[in-house]
Design a protein around this ligand. Structure first.
Ligand SMILES: Nc1nc2c(c(=O)[nH]1)N(C=O)[C@@H](CNc1ccc(C(=O)N[C@@H](CCC(=O)O)C(=O)O)cc1)CN2
Ligand SMILES: Nc1ncnc2c1ncn2[C@@H]1O[C@H](COP(=O)(O)OP(=O)(O)OP(=O)(O)O)[C@@H](O)[C@H]1O
Length: 190
């Protein structure tokens, strides 16, 4: 993987770590307000989120809104062996279990598995994003693999703190672009 990506990832993770908690909270709330007003959210019946860890944008207020509006809420489960993701629906208050990387995940009951064809919207986490819809993640290639295997009909919308939008994330051939990006002050469509 490119050295440029590695350097950018390190720098962006350090910046995120030093983000004051009050600012992280305020920006996360502003992102959630925009997200729940987005047509893909309003019209979506099955929406995939992520469980925020290491100071990622906290999308839990938008998950609450999805449950309140009767939508199906899904979270990823990572398989580090195959570097693949599967998504399982979870109810409000349902306990999660620490998975690979220590991220809280659904327990993985087969009956809760969400078939990719039933997904309307994927809310995508990231370490940095550019103005063309490319994203930099933790380097596992999990979302890239998921999107290259399952290309739709769902929409892919990234969520970012303002500082996470950068001029370029040095995309490579395997990088799968997003359809949209939401920051505290802007909603981009690609
Ligand atoms: N909240 C959240 N959940 C998510 C993701 C995410 O980005 N955010 N993922 C999105 O993919 C998947 C998990 N992917 C991850 C990939 C790598 C590392 C990680 O800690 N990597 C180490 C390097 C480890 C190694 O290379 O062996 C590191 O960054 O220090 C964490 C999560 C599924 N769940
Ligand atoms: N569709 C794919 N099929 C096979 N390998 C892939 C695919 N997408 C990415 N990879 C591999 O995964 C590795 C990590 O990719 P990359 O650095 O772009 O991950 P990332 O976007 O930062 O991570 P993530 O998607 O997990 O947040 C790369 O070595 C890449 O070759």
């Amino acid at each position: 993987m490119s050295e440029q990506k590695r350097v950018l990832r390190r720098r962006m993770l350090d910046l995120r770590e030093s983000l004051p908690p009050e600012e992280a909270r305020r920006e996360s709330l502003a992102v959630c307000e925009r997200l729940v007003r987005h047509p893909a959210f309003r019209e979506g019946e099955t929406i995939l989120f992520y469980f925020p860890f290491r100071k990622e944008v906290d999308v839990r207020p938008a998950m609450e809104e999805a449950w309140s509006s009767g939508k199906r809420v899904g979270l990823p489960k990572a398989d580090p062996g195959t570097k693949s993701l599967s998504f399982f629906s979870i109810r409000r208050g349902e306990p999660l279990v620490a998975g690979a990387y220590g991220i809280p995940e659904p327990s993985g009951k087969a009956s809760a598995k969400i078939p990719p064809g039933a997904i309307d919207l994927v809310v995508v986490p990231g370490v940095a994003f550019d103005g063309r819809g490319y994203r930099l993640g933790y380097g596992g290639g999990y979302y890239d693999r998921f999107f290259s295997r399952h290309s739709g009909p769902f929409r892919r919308i990234g969520v970012a703190y303002s500082f996470q939008v950068v001029p370029t994330v040095f995309p490579e051939a395997h990088d799968q672009p997003l359809d949209g990006l939401i920051t505290p002050s802007r909603t981009f469509s690609f």
